[in-house]
Design a protein around this ligand. Structure first.
Ligand code: NAD
Length: 257
C-alpha cells in the first residue's frame, strides 16, 4: 500500500515506538514529521536519514507535548496532517500516596492532553483534504491496570475514551480514529525500568525481563516497533476504512488473560 502524497505527524518520535512507526510510514511513501521536545543535531539527522533512505520528505519539528499551545503549533507548522500518530509518552512508577504531583501532571499532559490538542488542530486539515487517520498509541494499560502506575493508567484509559468520541464525531467522514494498545516493547522507556526492578527484586536482568516485565505477556516475547509500524499502516489502508473507535491490542495475548 502506498501512502505517497500523505503527510504523517508522529509525536514523540526521536526514539522507540514513534521512531519505528515513522520509519514504517516513510517506507510506505508518506512524508513524515518527527517530533520531540529537544532540538539537537541528531534529531534533525534522524529525519534526514529517513528521507534519504525512503526518498520521502522527512522533517523534524521541536515541540513540547506537555504544552497545549506547542502541540497545536506543531500541527500548524507542519502545514498538513493526513495521518496523526499520538505517541509521545513518559512513565513514572510509585504508590499513589507517594506519587509526586508534578509527575502526575506531566504524565496526564504528555500522554493524554497532547492528543486532545493535536487532534483538535489536525481534524480541520483532514476535513479539508477529505481523508484522515488518527492513530493513538495507548497501551495494554489503557485496558487493564497494574499497581504503581496510576497516572499512566489514567492517561491511557483517557486516550482510549477520547479515541471513541473522536471516532463518533468523524463517523460520517472519510476519517478514522483508533488506538493501538501495545504490551511491552523493548524501548528506552521500558529499558529504564529494568535497573530499578533488578535492585528491588534482587534479580538478574534476564529474570526481570521474563518474570516481571513479561509476566503478563503470555507470548513471553516483546512486541516490536516494526510490528506497531505495520499495525499503523494497516489502519491507514483502505481495508481499515470502516475500523474506527476501536482498540487493537499488540500484546502477545496479555489482554486475553
Ligand atoms: P520512548 O521513551 O522510547 O519514547 C517516548 C518518546 O516521547 C520519545 O521520542 C521522547 O522524546 C518523547 N517525549 C517525551 N516527552 C515528550 C515531550 N514533553 N514532548 C515531546 N515528546 C516527548 O518510549 P516508547 O516506549 O517508545 O513509548 C512511546 C509510546 O508508546 C508512549 O506513549 C508509551 O506510553 C507507549 N507504550 C509503550 C510501551 C512499551 O512497552 N515500550 C507499551 C505500551 C505503550
Amino acid at each position: 500500500m502506498s501512502l505517497a502524497g500523505k503527510t504523517a505527524i508522529i509525536t514523540g518520535s526521536n526514539s522507540g515506538i514513534g521512531l519505528g512507526i515513522a520509519r514504517e510510514l516513510a517506507r510506505a511513501g508518506a512524508d513524515v514529521v518527527l517530533n520531540s521536545f529537544t532540538d539537537r543535531d541528531e534529531d534533525h539527522a534522524l529525519a534526514a536519514e529517513i528521507g534519504q533512505q525512503t526518498g520521502t520528505k522527512a522533517r523534524y519539528i521541536k515541540a513540547d507535548m506537555s504544552d497545549g499551545d506547542a502541540c497545536r503549533a506543531l500541527i500548524e507548522q507542519a502545514g498538513a496532517c493526513d495521518i496523526l500518530v499520538n505517541n509521545a509518552g513518559i512513565q513514572h512508577v510509585a504508590p499513589i500516596d507517594q506519587f509526586p504531583a508534578d509527575k502526575w501532571d506531566a504524565i496526564i499532559a504528555i500522554n493524554m492532553n497532547s492528543a486532545f490538542h493535536t487532534t483538535a488542530a489536525a481534524l480541520p486539515m483532514m476535513r479539508k483534504a477529505g481523508w484522515g487517520r488518527v492513530v493513538n498509541i495507548a497501551s495494554a494499560h489503557g485496558l487493564t491496570a497494574s499497581p504503581f502506575k496510576a497516572a499512566y493508567i489514567a492517561a491511557k484509559h483517557g486516550v482510549v475514551g477520547m479515541t471513541k468520541t473522536v471516532a463518533l464525531e468523524t463517523a460520517q467522514e472519510p476519517i478514522t480514529c483508533n488506538a493501538i494498545c501495545p504490551g511491552y516493547v523493548l524501548t528506552p522507556l521500558v529499558e529504564a525500568q529494568i535497573p530499578n526492578t533488578m535492585k528491588e527484586y534482587n534479580m538478574s536482568r534476564e529474570d526481570v525481563v521474563k518474570n516481571v516485565l513479561l509476566e503478563r505477556q503470555p507470548s513471553k516475547e516483546f512486541a516490536t516497533v516494526e510490528q506497531l509500524g505495520g499495525t499503523t499502516i494497516f489502519l491507514c489502508s483502505d481495508a481499515a476504512a470502516q475500523i474506527t473507535g476501536t482498540t487493537i491490542s499488540v500484546d502477545g495475548g496479555w489482554t486475553a488473560l
